[in-house]
Design a protein around this ligand. Structure first.
Ligand SMILES: [Zn+2]
Length: 120
């Protein structure tokens, strides 16, 4: 591995790779670090490269944490309606059973009434 950011390698470049950093506007600094800023690759200085690298790491970690939290919330949300559905099913079954019982009772009553009529 050659030294990409110091030594004889950069002396061949214009002004030994020195210039003005587009991020911190520092002049006479080595701008040898390529970073994507707003989708375009730009050469920036060592310090801005480090800060941007840290920012990107933090953003990635924040994204991961946000995804984890979102997944956990989704799981919670998915669990809650399922429980409610089960309760609803039980309620519906209870209601249906109650309806059946009332229907049966009504039928019995009708039959009894018919019997009474026959007896008369
Ligand atoms: Zn800079």
């Amino acid at each position: 591995m050659s030294k990409a950011h110091r030594g004889s390698g950069i002396r061949e470049q214009v002004k030994s790779g020195r210039g003005t950093c587009p991020v911190c506007k520092k002049t006479g600094i080595k701008v040898l670090y390529e970073r994507e800023i707003d989708g375009t690759k730009t050469q920036i200085c060592k310090r801005c490269n480090a800060t941007l690298h840290r920012k990107q790491l933090n953003e990635k970690q924040a994204e991961k944490q946000a995804q984890k939290q979102a997944e956990q919330q989704k799981e919670k949300k998915a669990e809650q309606p399922a429980e409610k559905k089960v309760e609803k099913k039980e309620e519906q079954q209870a209601e249906e059973q109650a309806e059946k019982k009332t229907e049966e009772k009504a039928e019995r009553k009708e039959k009894e009434q018919e019997k009474e009529k026959d007896q008369e």
